[in-house]
Design a binder for this molecule. Structure first.
Ligand code: IMP
Length: 421
């Protein structure tokens, strides 16, 4: 069985928690895109784990894979392995595999990311992790791969070829040239440690599927941050939608059984770009405060707004979801009324689907349906029946309007606070 799980909004939907919950039933959990721009928060047995690279299923027995479509900062990976070891979870090569072709984020990628962002007249608000520049090198065929850093001579030869053009790029942006050749010895040391983890991810997954095993592909970021279909230019540099799991992990689309989309009961966005239902008021404050809406990676406050159905409709098309997971329903407690954006007004017309261009989306005025709110604390409710009538009505409306079943509902950060619908 091959299941793909992706974020249906702008990232930070709570995928980590849903993956963590599903992981006990899977043999393999694989990351297929992005890098340490992602932040997955998993709360288990009273401990909070903030992960950026290691797949969220780490606290279960599943084998974890980092696929060749990701961009990986090996220093961050080593920090996560050390943090998990301190908390009693050892991540050895039998637990984690890294594809030989995984792109490595070099110090110059991070420097170029921040230099370029500082020069942009209209900022993107990147996470400053070098993601875009690592992907530029992948597409430009100038990347350093996992297999390179694991082999000193191969790495040095490759750097010799690449460093001069990095120096030129850094010079152009007014940065410090020495960054182009910095961190080499440290990367070689890390490369030695990570060498035993190297694997062929596509081969492993295909063999596992042939043996009848269960594989879960874990997306990072969200559908509207997709490099092709998202709200350009305010997007990340990878393809975040479900189809990308197939191409990036090297698994044919005929193998996919389920595609789960994760949506928050409201919407958030970090960084720049259109967010039609954004609430720069007490409602926004409520969502940010109660929802702890601060970036896992950057600590930036997230922009918050009401649930945006047109954006959800588009994600459903982009991903072909077979089911949804609705997270953070408890955060809406205390708001009255609760609003759902069912369409937009754009240039005097009412539309129910996002316009294709970001600047048009930025001009959209939300059209809302209002529902009565609820005051009861729902964070310890264990099934749909126990929820207040108004919360049930809210879930029912979203399900009906999305036209895809809500399979999981989460009412708090802990593992116990999620139930199946
Ligand atoms: P980058 O991925 O660092 O290049 O940033 C590009 C855009 O994607 C920025 O608006 C970031 O805030 C956003 N972004 C990247 N990763 C995440 C994530 O994991 N959650 C939410 N937003 C993200």
């Amino acid at each position: 069985m091959f299941t793909i799980i992706t974020g249906a909004q702008f990232g930070d939907e709570g995928k980590g928690k849903i993956v963590d919950m599903m992981a006990s039933q899977y043999d393999i959990v694989a990351r297929f895109q992005g890098g340490d721009n992602a932040g997955h928060t998993v709360v288990a047995e009273g401990k909070t784990y903030k992960l950026h690279l290691i797949p969220s299923g780490v606290l279960f027995d599943a084998r974890l894979l980092i696929g060749p479509g990701t961009v990986m900062n090996p220093k961050i990976l080593m920090e996560e392995i050390a943090m998990l070891a301190e908390n009693g979870t050892t991540v050895k090569p039998d637990k984690l595999g890294i594809d030989a072709k995984t792109s490595i984020i070099m110090p110059y990628h991070i420097a170029l990311d921040s230099l370029r962002e500082s020069k942009r007249a209209v900022k993107i608000g990147t996470t400053n992790r070098g993601i875009g520049f690592a992907y530029i090198d992948k597409v430009g065929r100038d990347e350093i791969q996992m297999a390179d850093i694991a082999d000193r001579n191969r790495f040095l030869k490759r750097l010799e070829e690449i460093a001069p053009q990095k120096e030129a790029a850094i010079r152009d942006l007014g940065g410090d040239l020495s960054i182009a050749r910095s961190g080499i010895e440290e990367y070689i040391e890390i490369g030695k440690k990570l060498k035993p983890y190297i694997t062929d991810v596509s081969r492993e997954i295909n063999l596992a599927l042939k043996e009848g095993k269960k594989v879960l592909a874990e997306g990072a970021q969200g559908s509207h941050l997709d490099i092709i279909h998202g709200t350009q230019k305010f997007v990340t540099s990878s393809s975040t939608v479900a189809g990308s799991a197939c191409s990036a992990l090297g698994v044919g689309p005929t193998k996919v059984d389920k595609v789960i989309g994760v949506v928050k009961a409201y919407i958030t966005r970090v960084g720049e770009g259109p967010l039609p239902t954004e609430q720069k008021n007490a409602v926004g404050e409520h969502l940010r405060g109660k929802g702890g809406e601060f970036g896992t990676t950057t600590g930036r406050p997230r922009r918050c707004g009401w649930f945006d159905l047109p954006l959800a409709r588009k994600s459903i098309d982009l991903n072909g979801y077979t089911g949804m997971a609705l997270t953070k329903l408890d955060v809406l407690t205390g708001l009255d009324p609760v609003k759902v954006c069912t369409g937009y007004e754009l240039d005097g017309k009412i539309i129910d689907y996002p316009p294709e261009l970001s600047d048009e989306l930025a001009r959209c005025k939300p059209v809302y349906t209002e529902l009565p709110g609820w005051d009861e604390d729902i964070s310890s409710r264990e099934n749909l029946r126990e929820l207040p009538e108004n919360a049930k009505e809210y879930i029912g409306l979203l399900e009906q309007l999305m036209g895809v079943g809500i399979e999981y509902i989460s009412v708090g950060p802990g593992r116990q606070q999620t139930f199946t619908n």
